[in-house]
Every structure is written in structure tokens, then in C-alpha cells.
Design a protein around this ligand. Structure first.
Ligand SMILES: Nc1nc2c(CCNCC3CCCCC3)c3[nH]c(NCCc4ccccc4)nc3cc2c(=O)[nH]1
Ligand SMILES: [Zn+2]
Length: 372
């Protein structure tokens, strides 16, 4: 069995799940936070260091790799795992979101999206078929359908059109997808409209994907609006299939997403924020640049077991950061990634031991103190 998802425990109070996702490159224990490696590397982290922080799966991206170095080169290298020397699972996004958020002038046609490369302005035409073929060439374990994510706020008519197009494109991706060692996930769209979200989910479920992504969120809506959509989809999406909430996110959103039946998360936050000195800790977030840390000899987070927290003081990391030293960005990214990976590991253990509601309350109590 190339791909299998086993729910091992469900929290009776919330519906939070602990599970195992079996892939050709290993088993992923869920809930899981998936570090983002846009250009075939998690910025400032080597694969060995990613293993040390117990990263189980990393993300990469069709849009970026298609533009540079091109999927042909990566296929010649024997696929993305060999190319980047990461032999655990990889999930690739289809590029739909990036084409809209990163590239210049894009024009949506029924067939696909015409766009200009953010690298050199060259014109390209991405279709569901091409996005699927590129992901098969990259050889990721989990691939995404080519979807259309709309910006919020948007009117119902615009959202409905994006759902209908996303469904037509999902059928076309499924039609050309050949690799049986790669799971293709459908992506639910529908903005913040309940009926559109339900219709989209039902149509995708009828196509019988091995997993379902919840797209179109973490694009400017309030936390409450995000949670309302999750509450809506949780009972509709198949319980025995993994659910992936795209682009999320901040620690509170991860814990609240787990409480609403989400199994997988990704976000650029820990590495992007890490590079500008913003640290996520069990007691809230802070920026290392602040003068109050000038003579603070303690660790970033007393409850964290990572290399940065075991071996260095906030005073030293603040110095590195202010001096523009690469080690500063590396240590902050290292910690932020480990913090989110540990947070999900803790949620999983709590669900398995039947104490997730207490874990959730304790998390919010500590994280919201903001006292560091
Ligand atoms: N197909 C698709 N992807 C989406 C993504 C990209 C998920 N990350 C992929 C990853 C692959 C490797 C390269 C990087 C991206 C989203 N990201 C967000 N919010 C991020 C909001 C955010 C949060 C913190 C900082 C910046 C932006 N909403 C998203 C919705 C969708 C969606 O509907 N469809
Ligand atoms: Zn740490």
C-alpha cells in the first residue's frame, strides 16, 4: 500500500485526531507542521539539521521550481528527493496560489493561467495538466491539484466562479495523474460562503481523492471566519482521509485547527519571521532586536529543547542579529521550526492520551501571557 492514512485516536470533546500517514518515503505522524522549502531548501537549514529538529515532511513548489532550475534538470537528478538530498516525504503545492500571489500580470483563461515570471518577466502558461506533470516529474509524495484561490473579500459570484473552475481543473488534474506512488489531494475553495464550501467539498469527495486540502483561507479573513469554515467542513470531509489546512500558520491557529479536525499545516512564518528576529515561544512571541534582551543571558524559550535554546543566550542571538550575522537568522529559524514541530508533537501525544482539551487550554493560557 503506497499511501494510507490511519486515525489512531479522536478527542471525544473536540474531534481532534491523531493519525499516521504512510507514504513511499516514510510514515508521517499527525497532527504535523510541515516546514516550507520554497526553492528546494528550507531556508538556512540543512537536511541534517531538519532531521535533528524532527521535521517529518517538507514542502516545495511547482511554480518556483518550474521557473528555476526547471523540472527537466530535477528529473535528470533523479527527482527532488535526490536533488535536495532529503529522503523523507515531500509535499508540493501546485503553483496556483503562487502564480496569483507572486507573478506579474496574470490572465486566467479556462485552459489555465498566463503569467510573467517574477524572475525575468518571461511569459508562461500554466495549466492543470502541466502543474500535474511537473509535480510527477519532481516526484513529491503528495501533490496538489491546480486550483484558483480568490483574494478576500470577494463577492459570491466571483467565489462561485472560482469554485466551478477549481472543480473543472481538479478533474483535469486527476485525469492526467499517473504516478501511483504520489497522492494527489483535492483543494476545497469557496471563500467564506457556506454553501459554496459545502458544494465544493461534496464535488471533490465524489472524485475520491486520497486527501483533501482546505484552500482559500489565511488570506486576510479573521480567525473566527477561518474557524467557522473549518467547523463547516470538518463533518463533511471524510473522517478517514487527511485534511491539510494550507498556509496556516500562527501557533494559536495550529492548535485551533487541530481542535477542528485538521491534520496537516504549512506556513512560511517560522523561517520568514525567524529571519527578521521574531521568535515564537510557549509564552508568546517577541522580537530579539528589543533592547530589553541586551543583557538577557537566558534561552529564547525555557521549555524548548532545540540547539539555539540549549546553547545560546538571547543576548548573544540579539548581538548576532543586530550585526547581520547569518548565524542569527539560522538560530532564530531553527528555534521557530522546532517550536512549531514540538507544538504539534505535544498535541498528538495529548490526543493519544485523552487530554487534548487540557493541552489546548494550557497552551492558550501560557501563549497569551505574552510575558517573556
Ligand atoms: N494551492 C493553494 N495554496 C495555497 C497556499 C500556499 C500554501 N503554502 C505552499 C508553500 C509551498 C512552497 C512555497 C511556499 C508556499 C496558501 N497560503 C495561504 N496563506 C499564507 C499566508 C501567509 C502566512 C504567513 C506569511 C505569509 C503568508 N493561504 C493559502 C491558500 C492556498 C490555496 O488556496 N491553494
Ligand atoms: Zn528553541
Amino acid at each position: 500500500m503506497m499511501f494510507e492514512f490511519r486515525v489512531q485516536a479522536v478527542c471525544p470533546e473536540t474531534g481532534a485526531r491523531a493519525g499516521e500517514l504512510v507514504t513511499p518515503h516514510g510514515i508521517i505522524e499527525t497532527p504535523v507542521f510541515m516546514p516550507v522549502g520554497t526553492r528546494a531548501t528550507v531556508k538556512a537549514m540543512s537536511p541534517r539539521e531538519m532531521e535533528e529538529i524532527e521535521a517529518q515532511i517538507v514542502l516545495s513548489n511547482t511554480y518556483h521550481l518550474y521557473l528555476r532550475p526547471g523540472v527537466e534538470l530535477i528529473e535528470k537528478a533523479g527527482g527532488l528527493h535526490r536533488f535536495m538530498n532529503w529522503h523523507r516525504p515531500i509535499l508540493t503545492d501546485s503553483g496556483g496560489f503562487q502564480v496569483f500571489s507572486l507573478s506579474g500580470i496574470n490572465r486566467i483563461k479556462e485552459d489555465g493561467v498566463e503569467f510573467s515570471s517574477h524572475l525575468d518577466g518571461s511569459r508562461h502558461f500554466m495549466t492543470p495538466e502541466l502543474a500535474t506533470r511537473v509535480q510527477e516529474g519532481l516526484g513529491s509524495d503528495i501533490a496538489m491539484c491546480f486550483d484558483q484561490c480568490v483574494e478576500l473579500p470577494c463577492d459570491e459570484e466571483t467565489a462561485r466562479k472560482s469554485v466551478e473552475r477549481t472543480l473543472r481543473w481538479a478533474r483535469r488534474c486527476k485525469e492526467v495523474h499517473r504516478r501511483d506512488d504520489q497522492a494527489l489531494f483535492g483543494i476545497v475553495q469557496g471563500a467564506l460562503f457556506d454553501d459554496l464550501r459545502k458544494d465544493c467539498a461534496r464535488e471533490l469527495i465524489a472524485m475520491d481523492f486520497p486527501g483533501y486540502s482546505i484552500g482559500g483561507l489565511s488570506v486576510g479573513e479573521s480567525h473566527d471566519e477561518m474557524y467557522r469554515i473549518l467547523d463547516l467542513l470538518n463533518p463533511i470531509l471524510p473522517q478517514e482521509k487527511p485534511r491539510y489546512l494550507m498556509g496556516v500558520g500562527f501557533p494559536t491557529n495550529l492548535v485551533e485547527g487541530v481542535a477542528r479536525g485538521v491534520d496537516m499545516f504549512d506556513c512560511v512564518l517560522p523561517t520568514r519571521n525567524g529571519r527578521n528576529g521574531t521568535l515564537l515561544t510557549s509564552r508568546g512571541k517577541f522580537n530579539i532586536k528589543h533592547s530589553r534582551f541586551e543583557e538577557d543571558w537566558g534561552p529564547i524559550d525555557p521549555d524548548c529543547d532545540c540547539y539555539a535554546c540549549r546553547e545560546f543566550s538571547k543576548a548573544y542571538i540579539r548581538h548576532l542579529y543586530r550585526s547581520g550575522e547569518m548565524l542569527g537568522a539560522r538560530l532564530c529559524s531553527w528555534h521557530n521550526l522546532r517550536y512549531l514541530i514540538s507544538l504539534m508533537k505535544g498535541a498528538r501525544e495529548a490526543i493519544l492520551e485523552g487530554r487534548f482539551p487540557q493541552f489546548r487550554d494550557r497552551f492558550h493560557e501560557l501563549f497569551s501571557t505574552g510575558k517573556v
